[in-house]
Design a protein around this ligand. Sequence first.
Ligand SMILES: Nc1ncnc2c1ncn2[C@@H]1O[C@H](COP(=O)(O)OP(=O)(O)OP(=O)(O)O)[C@@H](O)[C@H]1O
Ligand SMILES: [Mg+2]
Length: 313
Amino acid sequence: MTAATQAVVPPAGTARPPVLSIEGLSITYQTATPVHAVRDVSLELGRGEVLGLAGESGCGKSTLAYGATRLLKPPAEVTAGSVEFHSREGYALDVMRMDGEELRQFRWSKISMVFQGAMNSLNPVKKVRDQLDDVLTTHRPGMSKAQRRALCGELLERVGVDRNRLTAYPHELSGGMRQRVMIAMAMALDPQVMIMDEPTTALDVVVQREILREIARLRDELGFAVMFITHDLPLLLEISDRIAVMREGRVVELADALTLYTSPQHEYTRTLLSSFPSLTGERGGFVRHGSRAVPAGATTRHDAEHDTEEESA
Ligand SMILES: Nc1ncnc2c1ncn2[C@@H]1O[C@H](COP(=O)(O)OP(=O)(O)OP(=O)(O)O)[C@@H](O)[C@H]1O
Ligand SMILES: [Mg+2]
């Protein structure tokens, strides 16, 4: 824990029961010269919380996310630590000890991930509906075809895509829409945690903002927690309850978003904040005036300028 966590404003999220507890996690890439990508990281993700993970390229954000979901492959090796998932049904799962089928189930139905390039991982020769349907067929074998059809439509509409797009192929959709489809897919099994690693970085700012608003709204509606990874700190300040700043594999600061912005404790956080000129401009004003989160249906000044614009990615 850093001094920042004892700041005057209690960090949002600490009052929430944890859904994911990462304890002393260390991950090394066992290459010729070993890379200690994650070093003794302890983080707790609260139920329904949006936890931002910031830090410069190469500081270990993705490695941490992959590690916590057991998606790492050699030469990556978890050298220490534990990850525990606390289900809303009241039991805890030791993520590091899971294997095979248990892990596969866990990944889709308890925790799901959306990656930066996710939109390009849709199968180009399969209609959107069939790809959503595959997830349901595999993980919800008890569902009838009619139920799956209905749910596929619902899932798509949830993320702001008309259900008539179910019959489209990925190439018939904009990048923004494809990324929304990926988010719909990640939500298909009602996970309790979504890990989003640069989910909108490849998209233009307008589409990015629209998608983030959807995610914030869905989080409020469905109650999942989000670990949101990006090096776009201004963006994190707006959408996160708390923010962890990583540097060289360690979490150097963890605080609620407003505290992190108004009284950063770590020199590196200050450097990171000052490297975003936008924080002293309009968005900085927005953050300073207090409503960092993007609540359900909320319209920030920035959004208002673009509300009428269409998907353009
Ligand atoms: N497969 C690999 N083999 C060896 N080293 C790796 C491998 N993948 C990542 N690394 C190293 O681990 C460190 C952390 O990488 P990671 O991808 O987690 O950073 P990141 O914070 O997600 O960066 P970015 O913001 O660019 O996505 C970096 O030094 C990187 O070079
Ligand atoms: Mg990364």
